[in-house]
Design a protein around this ligand. Structure first.
Ligand code: USQ
Length: 384
């Protein structure tokens, strides 16, 4: 299979590129280093340095033998993107090429517009490049569980049967993103559904929860192949932040009451989900939505897990709730269906104490370069 990976330098894009190349697929990884640039601009650099994409691809080739073609280009440049789709002729595209940080999208006008323009244009352009140059291609797009928000009813997988005045119709499940970033993903889904039902595009939209982990079969070959690990308030997700706080003795920053429930998954499971989506393409004209997470728990429960794992390593982990910089529900009902990927064959790797202990150990090896000033939130929602 020939797979074009947009956003191939990212936390998910790079491990995905290696994992699919290791399966023998022809891979082309595309990136414009947007995340690296924003990280530099906002003083949010990753904990461990990672070489640029061509160097990582060369290293992977030297150690594994698998080949990853690299194109450094911007997916919002339609002429270059359509040239690449014509030239590479993909069977599938995995689309991660989005500004992925919710806090970044809430800093102010410039950051909100950059998020909106990048995310919507990248999605719009890849849709058109496929329609014009590779119409049978399967588009596998990374969405987010955050598209649904935290409604007071069960969350279905993408669609909801609605009965109204005695008649029934199936609609996209109602969505309400909690940040401008999450809202761009809602808009992406609407675009994809329009192009699927109107032009016959085939799409899988994966609604993913926060991902954790550094450990993949290919990344284990050399530390320079590891996925990037951010712990700051812009790119660091709550799991990474709590691990770094535990190692440095900074109290875990639970935002508000800590009852925020999310669906989490191991990076190894993201790689499985992508492979399962690719190996089971959808017919033309279909938008398949799958909820991509394996376990759901609250921020308080996560803090307790990290505290328990810290005890194993002799760390005295403290928890200190702080005022919530975000506008979100802190206690709420949450029950999201996630059977689609299990039915396709996903074998979950749960967040065991052992998994957390291993991650704490990895982080501890870089303790001396951790900058604790990056640990407190700098971005508040609702402050234009
Ligand atoms: N949180 C804390 N303390 C912290 C950091 C976060 O309590 O120090 C809380 C947040 O308030 C939120 C929850 O933890 O309720 C998750 O926050 P997060 O920063 O881990 O995740 P989020 O901003 O939602 O974004 C991340 C990824 C994004 C992906 C999303 C999936 O950055 O790309 O789409 O997870 S989801 O959360 O399901 O929308």
């Amino acid at each position: 299979m020939r797979v074009l990976i947009l956003g191939g330098d990212g936390y998910l894009g790079w491990p995905t590129s290696m994992a699919l190349a290791a399966r023998g697929y022809d891979i082309c990884a595309v990136d414009n280093y947007l995340r690296r640039n924003i990280a530099r601009e906002t003083d949010s650099e990753a904990l461990m340095p990672s070489p640029h994409l061509p160097s990582r691809a060369e290293l992977f080739h030297a150690l594994h033998g698998g080949k990853i073609r690299v194109e450094i280009m911007d997916c919002t440049d339609y002429r270059r993107l359509e040239w690449l789709v014509r030239d590479f002729a993909p069977d599938a595209v995995v689309h991660y090429a989005e500004q992925p940080s919710a806090p970044y999208s809430m800093i102010g006008f410039v950051e909100a517009r950059r998020t909106l323009v990048n995310n919507l244009e990248a999605t719009f352009n890849i849709v058109w490049a496929i329609l014009e140059h590779a119409p049978n291609c399967h588009l596998v797009k990374l969405g987010t569980m955050g598209e649904y928000g935290t409604p007071n009813i069960d969350i279905e997988e993408g669609w909801l049967d609605v009965e109204h005045n005695g008649r029934r119709h199936k609609f996209l499940y109602p969505r309400q993103g909690g940040s401008l970033y999450h809202t761009t993903k809602v808009l992406d889904t609407d675009l994809l559904w329009f192009y699927a039902r109107t032009y016959g595009l085939r799409v899988t939209d994966l609604m993913q929860g926060p991902v954790y982990g550094l450990d993949t079969a290919e990344a284990a070959m050399d530390p320079r192949l590891a996925p990037n690990f951010h712990y700051d308030d812009i790119f660091g997700t709550v799991v990474n932040r709590f691990l770094v706080q535990a190692v440095t003795g900074v109290p875990l920053t639970v935002y508000g009451r800590g009852g925020q429930t999310r669906g989490y998954l191991n990076l190894k499971d993201t790689l499985q989900c992508i492979a399962l989506a690719l190996d089971n393409p959808v017919p033309a004209g279909q938008l398949r939505i799958l909820n991509q997470f394996t376990e759901q728990f609250t921020v308080n429960q996560l803090a307790e897990r990290v505290r328990a794992a810290g005890r194993v390593l002799g760390l005295d982990v403290r928890v200190q709730p702080i005022p919530n910089p975000r506008k979100e529900m802190e206690e709420h009902y949450y029950n999201a269906r996630h059977s689609g990927l299990l039915e396709l064959g996903l074998q979950p790797h749960p967040m065991t104490e052992q998994v957390l202990v291993e991650m704490l150990g990895r982080v501890a090896r870089h303790k001396e370069v951790i900058d604790v000033r990056k640990l407190l939130p700098r971005v508040a929602w609702n402050k234009p």
